[in-house]
Design a protein around this ligand. Structure first.
Ligand SMILES: [Zn+2]
Length: 317
């Protein structure tokens, strides 16, 4: 693996440690005026700094006197233990401490008797997430790729991604076999609940622009829910015209079956392969080919391990 370049500064989050909710690193603000309870969530993965940059900005805004226009807002730094373990020499290691915080959101896992650092934190945050109406979960990616919104597989998830208006690509997907993501937890994924959630991958973990992308998505999310004064939010939001959004549906998940896996060539995130039947990789004796024309490569993993997803293949809706 090539040596990663860290182009972003990691904010010091210590001053937010106390929180104001009884839960460390969780801050809630209530306008006292009717309106939804929205949540901006950072650091589900400890090395995905963009969310920490955005939530840090948001809390700074409150310190500088920002006031809610309606409803309630909660800002969360989720897996702070993983973030605190970040080592620039081994930056990939701080995704989690013991296990992936974003595979724990099945009732059976949360209610079960298994223990890990991440499960303890998930159980500590659970009742808070239960009280949230609309969740924005900020993430970033291993490999350089355009930002993408992960809308889940409900119409309301897609509607939220469209209402925010950026990023340009929206993925309709049902998550991972290994365990439920926070964005799919409980009412967030129930088609008939008015609650909703959106996960946004803001770019490569440590690329220069990743924090800016996260902030822009956050301010647009808060504008959609009229959480703050619109003119103030407009002053914070990028003003370039937005490209039309494109919806990608997953048609196939390529999971590694053998130790002898090799890509024919490196794939770029969201690259489109025009011809059906194009050879992508060999996995032992198995050939991995595109099953249809205009196949979109979603978050390819350069060095996947057996049993893991190597790439998800999508088609444009
Ligand atoms: Zn992530």
């Amino acid at each position: 693996m090539t040596e990663p370049v860290l182009e972003v500064t990691f904010p010091n989050l210590k001053r937010w440690a106390s929180g104001n909710t009884g839960i460390p690193y969780v801050w809630s603000f209530d306008s006292g005026i009717d309106g939804p309870h929205v949540c901006v969530n950072a650091l589900v993965h400890g090395n995905e700094v963009c969310g920490a940059i955005a939530v840090n900005e948001l809390l700074n805004a409150f310190e500088n006197g920002a006031k809610l226009a309606r409803g309630k807002l909660t800002a969360v730094f989720a897996n702070v233990a993983a973030y605190e373990s970040f080592d620039p020499k081994r930056p990939f290691d701080s995704r989690c401490v013991e296990e992936d915080f974003n595979r724990l959101w099945n009732e059976s896992t949360l209610n079960g008797d298994r223990h890990s650092r991440e499960l303890t934190r998930a159980r500590e945050l659970r009742s808070l997430y239960d009280s949230v109406d609309h969740l924005l979960d900020l993430h970033s990616m291993l490999e350089p790729a355009p930002p993408i919104a992960l809308a889940g597989d409900t119409e309301k998830g897609l509607a939220l991604a469209r209402a925010i208006g950026t990023p340009a690509h929206i993925l309709v997907d049902s998550g991972h076999a290994a365990g439920k993501r926070l964005r799919d937890y409980a009412a967030f994924a129930e088609p008939h609940s008015p609650k909703s959630a959106l996960l946004v991958e803001c770019g490569q973990h440590w690329e220069r622009n990743v924090g800016h992308v996260a902030c822009n998505v956050m301010w647009r999310f808060l504008r959609h829910f009229e959480t703050f004064d619109r003119a103030w939010l407009d002053s914070l939001i990028d003003h370039e015209p937005l490209p039309a959004q494109r919806v990608v549906e997953i048609s196939e998940v390529v999971t590694l079956k053998s130790e002898q896996f090799s890509w024919v060539r490196p794939l770029r995130g969201l690259e489109v392969i025009a011809e059906a039947g194009t050879l992508l990789a060999t996995d032992g004796a198995r050939e991995v080919r595109t099953a249809h024309a205009d196949a979109v490569m979603v978050m390819p993993v350069p060095h996947p391990k057996v049993g893991q997803t190597a790439v998800r293949i999508g088609r444009l809706r």
